[in-house]
Structures are given as structure tokens and as C-alpha cells.
Design a protein around this ligand. Structure first.
Ligand code: UDP
Ligand code: MG
Length: 341
């Protein structure tokens, strides 16, 4: 049945594929965002080229230097390949991985693109498998982590909690434990590139268009060298961004909390009033008063803060600033490489 499914997908896609085989667009574009990755970037290029050479098609590698302060850019702009096109883009400062990936997605010309981390946590050796799934007719190949090597229990716990919360809140499911490593067909990339928002929660944006999707399982390796660019503050920020840019349900929760406290207040008012009328009012109730004040104050501040988050989002979106600024953009084709040699 699965064969039949993939065959029907193939027929579905036939027109599209036939068209693209007439263009001289690269077969696959691999986008590698990097920030201070001088320790790993050369090994990354080597391993990536070895894998792409096996595909026997002209591919494209797009390095996006996200304002590195080390030698990453100097290294990346010298990379060449005897077969593939190597493009290196340098952003004018550190804009964050989400922006670097957006820059890569806009620059890439391949018929499908693959997002790959420079630190080799996502093994490039899996690319042929991903391409095979793509050629079987799937538009997006999500790579799901079987195990998170080199990550402590706390990171794993917080990650799991985040996905659960996110999927409870957002109207559109975001696949759990799927990082940015994935293959995306050109027609889906075009849709993603059309999304105008400034706050780029890529995990959500990449899942947003839908299309035919499949998931492969893989073991995520520990980082080869260097250290992670994420700390808990940044992760918290990302989590908040994810939730507020894909769901307005927290606002409804605030409304719900307001309704609930009003209901409780009504009941309490009736009780207190009756009690006072029947038994009089011996001056008491400091604890209950202070409790009510504190609880209500807490809920109110929380709701205002929540609203502020969304208003802040609006503010950022309304400024319409570009997502990133490109400072350098170099392309090396197969010919250039030959001339240099
Ligand atoms: N990265 C980037 N800009 C940043 C931070 C990270 O381009 O501001 C790149 C980084 O070089 C790496 C990828 O994003 O290729 C993933 O980063 P990292 O390994 O630090 O994240 P983790 O794998 O720990 O989630
Ligand atoms: Mg990493």
C-alpha cells in the first residue's frame, strides 16, 4: 500500500519534476548556517562534498556566515568543489540562526534544499536517503532525532515540555524532536519564502505549508567541536517566540482566568453578605483579604504581560525591517575551481 501511495505521489509530481529537469538549476542546495565554527567548518565541507559527489548531479552548497567573529568566513569563502557550486554569504552581523537560515533559503536555487548544521550534529551521510524519499514523491523529509546524544536530562526534559505545550496551544501540529535538519522541495521553499513575518520561529514556519511529508529517524551526534550557541535564556526566548507567533490561545486562557475569578468572586460575595446579615460582622478577614488582593494582582499582571507580548510582536512586525543584511556574497562554480587550479 505504501508503494501504491508513493507511486500516486510520483505521478502527482511528474509534471513538476519533468519541468525542473529542463532547467540548469542545481539538483540539491545544502544550506549551512554558521556562527563561530572555525573548528569544524573544514571537516564539514569535506564530509559534505564526499556525500554530494556520490549523487552524480551538480549540487549547490550555501554557507551563510552569521557574523562570525573567528576565521569561519575566511575559511568558507575559500571552499571549492570540483563538481558543485559553492556559494558563501556573509551577513553584516550576528542575526541569529533563524535569520541565517532565511537568508540561505532565499539564496538557494536548488530543486530541493537541505538545512544542515555546521557542527556536524546532523550527519551529511544521511542526505542520499533523504533524496531517495524526495524522489519517491515526498515534498518534505523531516528528520526526527531518535536520541539526543550529549544533552543532559534537563535539556531533554525542557525540550519535551516545550513540544507538549506548543502542540497543546498551537492550532497546527509541530513535529516533536524534529530540528531544522530536513529536506524541502522547491515548491515548499517558495511558499516559506513568501511568509513575511519578522519573528521567524523556523520550526513552525517550516511545518506551516504542509504538503506531502515523511519522517526519517536518525541518531543525532554530539557536537564535533566548539560549543553550542544556545543557552537557557536564548532557549526560553525561542520557546516564547514559538508560542506567541503560532497561537493566540494564551490570550484566551487569560480571558478564561478572568471569567473564573469573577465567578468565584460572585459566589464569595453572596456567602460573605449572607454571613454578615445573619451573624453580624466581627472584624476579621485580614488573611482572606490579602490573599484575594495578591491572587488577583498576580493574574492581572500576568494577563497584561501576556497582552504586552502580543503587542510587542505587532510593534516589531509593523516596523517592516529586513530580516538580515547581506555583506558579501560569493559564488564559485565548477569552472572557477578549474581556473584556479
Ligand atoms: N548558528 C548561527 N547563528 C547563531 C547561532 C548558531 O548560524 O546565532 C548556527 C551554528 O553555527 C550551527 C547551528 O546554527 O551551525 C546550530 O547551532 P548550535 O550547534 O549552537 O545549536 P544546537 O545544535 O546546540 O542546538
Ligand atoms: Mg549543534
Amino acid at each position: 500500500r505504501r508503494d501504491a501511495h508513493s507511486k500516486s505521489l510520483q505521478q502527482d509530481r511528474f509534471h513538476h519534476r519533468q519541468y525542473s529537469s529542463f532547467t540548469d538549476k542545481p539538483f540539491i542546495s545544502v544550506i549551512v548556517p554558521m556562527y563561530n565554527e572555525e573548528a569544524v567548518i573544514e571537516i564539514c565541507h569535506e564530509r559534505l562534498c564526499r556525500v554530494l559527489d556520490e549523487l552524480e548531479q551538480v549540487c549547490e552548497i550555501v554557507y551563510v556566515d552569521d557574523g562570525s567573529k573567528d576565521a569561519s568566513w575566511e575559511l568558507a569563502q575559500q571552499f571549492t568543489s570540483s563538481i558543485h557550486r559553492v556559494r558563501s554569504i556573509r551577513l553584516s552581523r550576528n542575526f541569529g540562526k533563524e535569520a541565517a537560515m532565511s537568508a540561505g533559503l532565499q539564496a538557494a536555487e536548488g530543486q530541493a534544499i537541505i538545512l544542515l548544521d555546521a557542527d556536524l550534529q546532523d550527519p551529511p551521510e544521511l542526505i542520499p536517503e533523504m533524496v531517495a524519499q524526495w524522489q519517491a514523491g515526498f515534498d518534505v523529509v523531516d528528520m526526527k532525532r531518535k536520541q539526543r546524544h550529549g544533552e543532559g536530562w534537563f535539556k531533554r526534559f525542557t525540550a519535551a515540555t516545550f513540544y507538549k505545550l506548543m502542540n497543546q496551544l498551537s492550532e497546527m501540529p509541530i513535529p516533536e524532536n524534529v530540528g531544522d535538519f530536513r529536506l524541502i522541495d522547491r515548491r515548499v521553499v517558495d511558499e516559506i519564502n513568501k511568509l513575511p513575518e519578522r519573528t521567524r520561529f523556523m520550526k513552525g514556519l517550516l511545518a506551516w505549508p504542509g504538503f506531502h511529508r515523511t519522517t526519517l529517524m536518525f541518531d543525532r551526534d554530539p557536537r564535533l567541536a566548539g560549543e553550542t550557541k544556545w543557552n537557557y535564556t536564548k532557549l526560553c526566548h525561542l520557546a516564547f517566540e514559538g508560542i506567541t507567533s503560532f497561537s493566540t490561545r494564551p490570550l484566551r486562557l487569560a480571558t478564561g482566568a478572568g471569567l473564573l475569578t469573577s465567578a468565584i468572586a460572585m459566589v464569595l460575595a453572596a456567602v460573605v453578605l449572607t454571613k454578615t446579615l445573619i451573624w453580624g460582622d466581627p472584624v476579621a478577614g485580614y488573611p482572606s483579604t490579602i490573599l484575594v488582593v495578591l491572587i488577583l494582582g498576580g493574574i492581572q499582571l500576568l494577563s497584561i504581560g501576556l497582552m504586552g507580548e502580543y503587542v510587542g510582536r505587532l510593534f516589531i512586525e509593523s516596523k517592516q525591517r529586513p530580516l538580515f543584511v547581506v555583506m558579501d556574497d560569493k559564488v564559485k562554480t565548477e569552472q572557477d575551481t578549474k581556473e584556479e587550479v
